[in-house]
Design a protein around this ligand. Structure first.
Ligand code: CTP
Ligand code: CA
Length: 227
C-alpha cells in the first residue's frame, strides 16, 4: 500500500508552483491585485503531488483552498513571492501559474489615505515588480531543468505567448485565451495552448483539473527523459 501511495513517475522530483494573485499595498487597508482564483495553480500542484513529486506551493492570497500534501508558502507581494521562489531552489521543474501584479505602488503609505475634501484623487507613483519567471528562467547557475510560464491573453494568443516564451527564456508557456467571450476567466474550465520549442499545441477545452493532469503528465515525461 505504501508503494501505491508513493510510487509515481515524479517520485524524488522537487517541483515548485507559484499560484494565485499578488497583493501590492497602497496603504494598510488597500491593495492592487490581479484577478486570479488560484484554482489552476492549486490543481497543478495536486496533480504533480499525485504523481509523486515533492511540491512547494508558493501562493498569493487565493480564493480557493490550498492543495493538500504539498509544502505551502503563503506570500502577499511579488517581491515576497520572488524571495520564496529563490528559497525553494534547487528544484527539477518550476511552474509559474501566479497572476503577478506587474506594478506596485512605489511607497505604500503607512497610514490610511484620507480624502482631503478637495475632490482631487491621490497621486500614486508606481514601480515595476521583478519578473519572477524571467529571473528564474535566465539563471546562469542552478536553473531548474524545466521552467514553465503561463500567459493569459485576450487576443492573438499564440503570437503573444510565443513571443513571451522567447523574451522570458522559459521552456514552455501554457497560454490561455481569457477574452470575455470565452467565459474562461473565473470559471472551472480552461482552453490552453502549450507552446514549446517544437511549436504550439492547442488542447481542447477541459476542466482545470484535466489541464493540470495533462500538464503534470507532460512534465513527468520531460523530466523522465534524462537526469
Ligand atoms: N510573471 C512573473 N513575474 C511577474 C510577471 C509575470 O513571474 N512580475 C509570470 C507569470 O506567473 C506567468 C508569466 O510570467 O507565468 C507571464 O505573465 P504575464 O502577465 O502574461 O506576462 P508579462 O510579461 O507581465 O506580460 P503582460 O504585459 O502581457 O502582462
Ligand atoms: Ca503581467
Amino acid at each position: 500500500i505504501e508503494a501505491a501511495l508513493t510510487d509515481g513517475p515524479l517520485e524524488g522530483r522537487r517541483i515548485l508552483v507559484t499560484s494565485g494573485p499578488t497583493h501590492e499595498p497602497i496603504d494598510p487597508v488597500r491593495y492592487i491585485a490581479n484577478r486570479s482564483s488560484g484554482a489552476q495553480g492549486a490543481a497543478i500542484a495536486r496533480a504533480l503531488a499525485a504523481l509523486g513529486a515533492e511540491v512547494t506551493f508558493i501562493t498569493g492570497p487565493a480564493s480557493v483552498p490550498p492543495p493538500q500534501g504539498v509544502q505551502i508558502v503563503p506570500v502577499e507581494t511579488a517581491r515576497e513571492m520572488l524571495e520564496a521562489v529563490q528559497a525553494a531552489l534547487p528544484v527539477d521543474a518550476a511552474v509559474f501559474a501566479a497572476a503577478v501584479a506587474d506594478w506596485r505602488v512605489k511607497e505604500a503609505a503607512g497610514t490610511k489615505l484620507k480624502k482631503d475634501g478637495s475632490g482631487r484623487p491621490p497621486r500614486l507613483e508606481f514601480a515595476e515588480n521583478p519578473d519572477i519567471l524571467a529571473t528564474i528562467a535566465q539563471m546562469q547557475e542552478g536553473r531548474p531543468r524545466l521552467v514553465i510560464g503561463f500567459a493569459a491573453e485576450t487576443h492573438d494568443v499564440i503570437a503573444h505567448a510565443t513571443e513571451k516564451r522567447a523574451r522570458k527564456g522559459c521552456d514552455w508557456i501554457v497560454a490561455n485565451d481569457v477574452s470575455p467571450a470565452t467565459g474562461i476567466m473565473g470559471g472551472a474550465e480552461n482552453a490552453v495552448t502549450l507552446i514549446t520549442a517544437e511549436g504550439a499545441e492547442s488542447w481542447p477545452r477541459m476542466s482545470k483539473e484535466e489541464v493540470a493532469r495533462r500538464l503534470a503528465a507532460r512534465i513527468a515525461e520531460a523530466l523522465g527523459e534524462d537526469g
